[in-house]
Design a protein around this ligand. Structure first.
Ligand SMILES: *[C@@H]1O[C@H](CO)[C@@H](O)[C@H](O)[C@H]1NC(C)=O
Ligand SMILES: *[C@@H]1O[C@H](CO)[C@@H](O)[C@H](O)[C@H]1NC(C)=O
Length: 96
């Protein structure tokens, strides 16, 4: 009897924990979707590489990895991004 109670409590806590982690990661751009976009051009030399957002995202965008570990999002449809896309490098899966 006691063991079952302990197991139930443990499961409950585990469930709360994973839900907490999920809800927090939604606010981070590393969830692979973008909801806010840079309104200015980003100098190409500060862009280290780009990542595609996942196809399930509401916006079709790139995540740009910048120097100093920052990240920024740009829409794929933006002119300067399209014009300069060939100069950007994809992020290697390992560094993502
Ligand atoms: C991107 O391409 C456009 C058009 O070729 C150019 O005017 C612009 O300076 C380039 N660089 C950036 C960072 O937008
Ligand atoms: C990312 O998006 C670009 C432009 O839409 C496309 O050319 C490229 O194949 C995509 N890469 C991946 C890994 O989906």
């Amino acid at each position: 009897m006691k063991l079952i109670t302990v197991a139930l409590v443990y499961l409950l806590l585990a469930g709360m924990w994973t839900r907490d982690v999920d809800s927090r990661s939604m606010h981070v751009s590393s969830s692979n979707c973008c909801y806010q976009f840079a309104d200015k051009r980003i100098a190409l030399k500060t862009i280290q590489c780009y990542k595609n957002t996942s196809s399930t995202c509401p916006y079709d965008a790139f995540i740009l990895k910048l120097k100093k570990g920052r990240e920024s999002c740009v829409l794929k449809t933006v002119r300067w991004v399209q014009d300069n896309f060939s100069k950007m490098k994809p992020c290697l899966p390992k560094t993502v």
